[in-house]
Design a protein around this ligand. Structure first.
Ligand code: AMP
Ligand code: MG
Length: 405
């Protein structure tokens, strides 16, 4: 029997960060930067107006007020995307829109709200400080600045910056393509009628969604029968599409478990008992000429999910090039009690309640209890050597929501 930490290390050693790839920036959300990003030009790249208004010389408006407006001829009009060919002289105004380049000669912009909005001439009802309403070239980013370093997680806000400094495609660690296959002759597609003895496949949906939430590009395959030849056929096809294959079911001690046999025919695999509850039977290996990593999860949905959180999520994050692989453990006070096997780590489904407390959910902690799993947003981690947790105890908790970055 291995500890969770020992088995996690084996799984992590079996996967590597994916090689970098040049991708259009429309496709890099959630990826990790594989290069440093430098600004090709300053931001802003020219002095421009921060308001809709009139470019002026501020000294012309010192006497302007509500009761005695200054009237100036409007000698040009600059929408965003255009520049004025005029040079502004004292006693003139040029109408200007937000983001349009400042015309030569002007030193300030008076917002339209302080004027009558005229187009031939403009009445200005307020004075203005020198330099008002101008965004200056390079005040945000200088040309050549390192704006984002290799290894940075790219989300929406980073993509905006990359675009603004002039890059249409960049080198990133791509999202791992993860094929998810549930195995079991009892599985049918959800939504179809159940014949007695059959069940809806829920694992493949659970694991595909969890893998996508972990930053993978995961896709689900139709459930596979417990049939070695069929399994081999499915896996041989996937080794050309996937960076990682995840299966559920068929790795316990059951008599009709062909998954182990199929893996061993296609590559290498090792199967272990891990000192955890749920999720004791685990396996991993690699298949095909390209030695695509494969990880097998137990078939019980709760076991599959907890095994995913414990081993596959960190593996996906390693493939994505992230430095932090595991969710943080935090402390919380438990409301409710739990029993736990002394010789295993227990991952108990729980939810956060008011005051930073957690309470166990569901009708029990059995590994088939899906109702409780759906209410959970936390896992209480009860270490080896502890057999009982009483209400009010301090426990270690993993928040299992969010966490793409
Ligand atoms: P196994 O690991 O194949 O022995 O399966 C253990 C338990 O999990 C059995 O009760 C299975 O019916 C159930 N199970 C296996 N695969 C799935 C699945 N894809 N969706 C829901 N339950 C499953
Ligand atoms: Mg099975």
């Amino acid at each position: 029997m291995l500890t969770v930490a020992q088995y996690l290390n084996l799984v992590l050693d079996s996967v590597t960060e994916l090689p970098p790839m040049e991708l259009p920036i429309s496709e890099v959300n959630g990826c990790v930067l594989a290069e440093d990003i430098y600004a090709r030009w300053p931001l802003p790249s020219f002095n421009n107006s921060s308001m809709d208004g009139y470019a002026v010389i501020s000294a012309d408006l010192v006497d302007a007020s509500e009761s005695s407006p200054v009237i100036l001829p409007v000698v040009d009009d600059i929408p965003a995307g255009f520049k004025s060919l005029e040079t502004l002289h004292s006693g003139q105004a040029i109408r200007i829109m937000t983001g349009a380049p400042m015309p030569a000669g002007a030193d300030s912009v008076i917002p339209i709200e302080s004027t009558d909005g005229g187009s031939e001439s403009v009445q200005i009802r307020a004075s203005i400080d020198l330099g008002s309403c101008i965004r200056h070239e390079g005040e945000d980013v200088k040309a050549g600045d390192l704006v984002l370093g290799k290894g940075t997680f790219i989300g929406p806000r980073q993509i905006a910056l990359i675009a603004a400094v002039g890059h249409g495609s960049i080198s990133v660690v791509p999202k791992p393509r993860v094929a998810v296959l549930a195995t079991g002759s009892e599985l049918v597609e959800p939504g179809t009628e159940l014949k007695f003895g059959l069940i809806s496949d829920s694992n493949s949906f659970l694991i595909t969604a969890a893998a996508n939430d972990s930053g993978a590009d995961a896709y689900r395959l139709p459930p596979a029968q417990d049939d070695e030849d069929k399994l081999i056929h499915i896996l041989e096809d996937q080794v050309h599409r996937a960076d990682l294959i995840v299966t559920t079911g068929g790795v316990s001690m059951g008599a009709y478990d062909p998954v182990k046999a199929a893996f061993l025919k296609l590559g290498t695999a090792e199967f272990h008992k891990v000192a955890m509850q749920p999720g004791m039977p685990q396996g991993f290996g690699s298949v095909g000429d390209l030695a695509i990593p494969i990880i097998t999860l137990p078939g019980n949905p709760v076991s599959a999910y907890i095994s995913f959180e414990t081993f596959i999520r960190p593996a996906i994050r390693k493939m994505r090039g992230l430095g932090t692989l595991q969710r943080p453990l935090q402390s919380a006070t438990i409301r409710g009690e739990l029993n736990s096997p002394v010789d295993k780590v227990q991952f108990a489904r729980a939810r956060f309640i008011e005051g930073g407390q957690v309470e166990p959910v569901g009708t029990g902690q059995g590994s088939h209890v899906l109702g409780g799993l759906a209410q959970a947003d936390a896992l209480i981690v009860i270490p080896m050597g502890v057999d009982r947790i009483a209400s009010g105890d301090e426990v270690r908790v993993i928040n299992v929501t969010g966490g793409l970055a």
